[in-house]
Design a binder for this molecule. Sequence first.
Ligand SMILES: [Zn+2]
Length: 236
Amino acid sequence: MNIAHVTPVSGNIHEDRAQAIRDTLRDAIVDRRLTPGTKLSEIEVGTLFNVSRTVVRAVLQMLAFEGLVCTERNRGAFVSNPTPEEARQVFASRRLIEPGIINAVIEFMTPDAARKLRAHLSEEIRYQHERGARARRAEIKSSGDFHLILASLAGNAIIEKFMDELVARSSLVIALYGRSGISSCGHSDHAAILDALETGNAEKARELMLHHIDHIEADLDLRVKEGFALKDALAL
Ligand SMILES: [Zn+2]
């Protein structure tokens, strides 16, 4: 029986609640408070948020659809653990999409849009100078937000949704494979991209964006780690 058809109001409340919990868990995954491989127990999530398992399942399904959670039969749901190949695919996708976003943003670039990006940039830099885990998380989120604001200025809701997923997946990949473990983006790169956008130099902005994505990927250690066979690991 579809509850939503019988009691649409309560169905909507469930949907809103699921969406809010999804946002909370997504933020925790993206800013790396929940690391790859962490188990998301249905009972625990349900208790923490005071919702039924039906709502929890809907939340986990949404996160699985975005690639942030994987579910394993009989074992439950976990924060995704992307492979090196998936990590490469995330950045390959960004290299295809983000130069296109630059083209569109140049077209829609207004003084207001430039001000919005500048204000965001100064926020990124402020977090960079603050210390502590909280400031670090804020900085990581903020550097991803630069790419999301650009996507929102491109005037294409579907691209915006793609980028939302790609930035979230990037954050997961950086949590797993990042070498420096500090920021996911160089702030001087962002400033240079914005300078090129403001002067209407699409070619330079595209080039800088590609270079920037290469730069983020270059900080990852994607070598497949050779594990030992059990008997070698135990030196038997
Ligand atoms: Zn960046």
